[in-house]
Design a protein around this ligand. Structure first.
Ligand code: BG6
Length: 486
């Protein structure tokens, strides 16, 4: 792999969860891989009064925890020689002076301002950086999700960013786009002639996208309760997966060519508004249950959750795309916390044969399916019917299975590792453009408004199950079932 250009990376929210769990471990790994040259620097930035040594020690502990056996003290020492800490209170201009001093004389180098803070600070930090004249042509800004809480707030943030950065400098992150299998989906769709003729109405009966988590809200109760599954997961990760599944072949691999096609999908989504929410959406919240045999509390009993909260921890939706390719093909989306297992998968169910010449065919739901699993394992499985050995002509579904880990036998990069490298290299393909984000919120907002008007409480489901019963009925009404129920 190529050595990255020399960079200075400023991690705002430097003592937060994302930096500790993902960003520092990702940078450390790239350092170990020899991609970070000795002149590059990483600055943790936060409000706490910490010395550089204290920050290095804190970071060492978290990297050791999250990297496990991979962590090596000697290599850490080399990495941490490039790790610094600055105490900055976002709205205090003088606090930016030490940063300005640190960056002085390094103008042509890549500067990355990574905002891993609540999005209501983005405008403030940007304005302060501009005031201190720290934004150079070679600067990039990285915005973590969720960007705002609805279209209006996202628009306001984007405007404040646009006042000081050009769109080509703005990297709106959705870490699902950095996952290896998501890129494999692009390879599958646009690197093979085989699937393209089948990837459409008339051939595909329905598509399912499931992002199921075993975890609850962990230590993020306060954030989560104001956000909910629709805004935490559907507005970004699930819609991005849907875009990659449904988009037309882009004109090239160029960032805007790809993003133009994703935007078209988002704009073709049929709105779910008003009473539609009662037939096309299911909102759930977990009650006490068990994960892997161990009892877990209800959402309402979690830390920092108000006892009467109506925040949803589960969503299932029937999305419809009004386009020539997809008219009439439902895309069922589902995500939730405290579900039965951690599983992210995309399932394409193909149409049945028009007429069967064989005796007793198996249930058509399982005849031809393409299952793309992102988590916990990365695999692509195609189900076809084969003859059951023995007398007669009985058919049975069998799997053609590609285990990506087994096949390539190389360590897959964590999503953040790949995305951080793309940011430093200035490659925008896997990041969301402003108009994409707007289109996503434009589809999401009416669903929330519909819930407020027509469904005052989420349906309860037992922790450790697959969500409320209504989630099965959402597909059942159309004569289908979720993959795990087939
Ligand atoms: C984040 C959400 O964006 O994605 C979390 O805020 C969620 O609530 C996480 O747990 C899931 O990511 P992954 O990569 O573990 O599937």
């Amino acid at each position: 792999m190529n050595v990255l250009p020399t960079f200075d990376m400023m991690l705002f929210g430097g003592t937060g969860d994302l930096v500790r769990r993902k960003l520092l471990p990702a940078l450390y790994r790239r350092h170990v891989a020899g991609q970070v040259n000795a002149e590059s620097r990483v600055f943790g930035i936060a409000r706490s009064a910490l010395s550089r040594e204290q920050y290095q020690e804190q970071s060492r502990k978290s990297c050791a925890e999250f990297l496990g056996q991979e962590f090596d003290e000697r290599r850490w020492d080399a990495f941490s020689a490039q790790l610094f800490y600055l105490r900055i209170d976002a709205d205090v201009s003088e606090d930016y002076r030490p940063l300005a001093a640190a960056l002085q004389g390094r103008e042509p180098l890549v500067r990355v301002f990574f905002y891993s803070t609540a999005s209501n600070l983005f405008a403030l930090i940007s304005a302060q950086l501009a005031k201190s004249e720290l934004i150079t042509p070679n600067s990039r800004v990285v915005l973590e999700k969720p960007l705002g809480h609805d279209l209006a707030s996202a628009d306001e943030i984007n405007q404040s960013i646009a006042a000081v950065f050009r769109e080509r400098q703005v990297f709106r992150i959705d870490h699902y786009l950095g996952k290896e299998t998501v890129q494999n989906l692009l390879a599958l769709r646009f690197g093979n002639a085989l699937f393209e003729p089948l990837w459409r109405r008339g051939r595909v009966r329905h598509v399912q996208i499931t992002v199921a988590e075993e975890l609850g809200v962990e230590r993020r109760g306060q954030f989560y309760d104001q956000t909910g599954a629709l805004r935490d997961m559907v507005q970004n990760h699930l819609l991005q997966l849907l875009c990659i599944m449904a988009m037309e072949p882009p004109a090239s691999n160029d960032p805007d060519a790809v993003r133009d096609e994703k935007l078209k999908v988002l704009r073709s989504l049929r709105p779910i508004r008003g009473a539609d929410v009662t037939t096309k959406s299911v909102r759930g919240q977990y009650k006490a249950g068990a994960t892997n045999g161990a009892p877990v509390p209800a959402y309402l009993e979690e830390k920092d959750i108000p006892p009467n909260s109506t925040t949803e921890t589960f969503v299932a939706l029937k999305a419809e795309i009004d386009s020539w390719r997809w008219a009439g093909v439902p895309f069922y989306l589902r995500t939730g916390k405290r579900l039965q297992e951690r599983l992210t998968e995309l399932v394409v169910t193909f149409e049945d044969v028009p007429y069967s010449v064989f005796e007793a065919p198996p249930p058509s739901e399982s005849a031809n399916q393409l299952v793309i699993q992102l988590q916990p394992e990365e695999s692509i499985t195609l189900t076809i019917l084969a003859k059951n050995p023995g007398e007669g002509m009985r058919l049975k579904p069998v799997n053609l299975n590609l285990d990506l880990g087994e096949t390539f036998k190389v360590k897959v990069l964590d999503a953040y590792e790949r995305l951080l490298m793309d940011i430093i290299n200035g490659n925008l393909t896997l990041f969301m453009r402003r108009d994409e984000l707007d289109a996503a919120w434009r589809w999401i907002d009416p669903i929330r408004e519909g819930w407020l008007e027509f469904e005052d409480r989420p349906k309860l489901y037992t922790a450790g199950s697959w969500g409320p019963a209504a989630s099965s009925s959402l597909l059942g009404r159309d004569g289908f079932a979720w993959h795990d129920e087939q």
